[in-house]
Design a protein around this ligand. Structure first.
Ligand code: DOR
Length: 455
């Protein structure tokens, strides 16, 4: 007689499960990809894989709305496989792959090819489609055929849609399809090729800058277009105080606008560029401290729904070019949780990280539940992955088992050479961070165990 098939069981033991009211001591038992019990003490069933979560919080797997995986076209910088592994090490169980690949993800064929690659990756890879063909800003991409394959977010990220009339039409087409457009807010005429924020530091360094209005003007324009069309819009990587204020007012009006901010835009200022190191070159650029404080305040009051990485790997030879020629972008998947934890949650009692710029002791601190909401629940909802694959939900019996285990007391120093990404362009190299991912479980499968990728 054939052996009965045993369910695949994983027990996450000894941790504190993240709850809105505060972390609660509980073990989590997973069976065949589903959480079956969350209780104070669960005895390990025979054959279960036991993951030690003592001293750690156990939260829903993180969801990144903004990951550049570079495949196809720039596999020297990243691949779906290596980017997914970096994501898993950062506690992510799902990422949204940006469409600025070569060629761009602007057709059903391109989406299908990526879905095949994504299906082999160690975390869920959702695909974002381009708004315009080739991201050239001229003709709309075929939304319906990509939406038919499950694509929910569309963006020309890396560029904003420059023509207001085309963006209006894109929103009008998007609405009945139930898809969400995501804008990279940058008016190219106003940005005029600037390589950093235009302000005191750009004057001192003699680097051409791009003014904050290059972002703010497009935020304002697009909010007006949402008011006109009623279509939902997500605003990518907001970096300026005024952008946050515009979104706050739009939300108060009841407009369907969501927004994200990156860990680097809430922790590093334009003063980092003093050494002319292209690792700090990023788009939108690092801003002065007042903008950082406004971005953090935006996350804290819910104006900014999500923390997203904008993980933008670039190979060493391109980041070693002269400052004006080097491409913008920073890796971020493996450091995002710790950087956001430092910027949003840490205070005098936990120790504010010394590298954190513009820290305000009066700033309210986020709870761990709020941090997980911004890095898991909200991005899952915006990307539609809550419904599609059970990402970002509370850890309860019956839920899909996407979770991560984080040691909030662990201090570690960022070593670019140890990254799972193919690229090394982290701005946090050599800095000490607090908070380290110990385990990641995606759809019931451990993909990171004791800080090591196992798939
Ligand atoms: O700095 C950036 N790098 N900003 C973007 O919008 C695109 C990204 C990239 O793809 O390298």
């Amino acid at each position: 007689m054939a052996e009965p098939v045993r369910p695949r069981r994983v027990l996450v033991r000894g941790g504190r499960v993240v709850e809105p009211s505060g972390p609660r001591r509980a073990d989590v038992l997973v069976e065949d990809g589903t959480i079956v019990a969350v209780e104070a003490t669960i005895a390990a069933p025979p054959g279960a894989t036991v993951l030690d979560a003592s001293g750690c919080v156990v939260g829903p797997g993180l969801v990144d709305l903004h990951t550049h995986l570079r495949e196809p076209g720039r596999e020297d910088a990243e691949t779906v496989e290596t980017g997914a592994r970096a994501a898993a090490l950062g506690g992510y169980t799902a990422v949204v792959a940006m469409p600025n690949t070569e060629p761009a993800t602007d057709s059903a064929g391109a989406v299908r090819a990526l879905q095949v690659l994504g299906a082999r990756a160690c975390v869920e890879v959702a695909i974002a489609g381009a708004i315009t063909v080739g991201r050239a800003g001229e003709r709309l991409a075929p939304f319906a055929e990509m939406a038919g394959l499950g694509v929910r977010l569309f963006t020309d990220d890396g560029r904003g849609v420059q023509h207001a009339g085309l963006m209006r039409r894109a929103l009008e087409y998007a609405r009945p399809l139930g898809i969400v457009l995501a804008e990279h807010c940058e008016d190219e005429e106003l940005a005029a090729g600037g390589s950093m924020h235009e302000g005191a530091w750009s004057s001192r360094l003699g680097i051409p800058g791009q003014p904050a209005i290059a972002e703010e003007a497009m935020v304002e324009r697009d909010i007006g277009l949402v008011r006109l069309t009623g279509a939902p819009l997500h605003l990518l990587h907001l970096s300026c105080a005024r952008s946050v204020a515009l979104v706050r007012a739009a939300r108060a009006e009841g407009l369907p606008v969501t927004a994200e901010a990156t860990p680097h835009h809430m922790s590093l200022t334009d003063a980092e560029l003093a050494g002319y190191d292209p690792v700090f070159k990023v788009n939108p650029p690092l801003r002065p401290g007042a903008d950082l404080a406004a971005v953090r305040a935006g996350v804290l009051d819910g104006t900014i729904d999500a923390v997203a990485t904008d993980h933008a790997p670039h190979p060493p030879e391109s980041k070693e070019e002269p400052f004006d020629l080097a491409p913008p972008g920073m890796t971020g998947l493996e450091t995002a949780f710790a950087v956001a934890y430092g910027a949003l949650c840490c205070d005098a009692s936990t120790g504010v990280p010394p590298w954190l710029a513009g820290s305000d002791p009066a700033q309210r601190r986020a709870s761990i539940a709020e941090l997980f909401a911004a890095m898991s629940g909200a991005p899952a909802r915006i990307a539609g992955l809550d419904v599609a694959s059970g990402q970002g939900g509370a850890l309860r019996p019956g839920a899909r088992a996407h979770l991560c285990v984080v040691d909030l007391d662990a201090r570690w120093t960022v070593d670019p050479a140890a990254s799972a990404s193919r690229s090394r362009n982290t701005p946090f190299a050599g800095r000490e961070l607090v908070g380290r991912v110990r385990h990641t479980v995606c759809a019931g499968e451990p993909v990171v165990v004791d800080g090591k990728a196992v798939r």
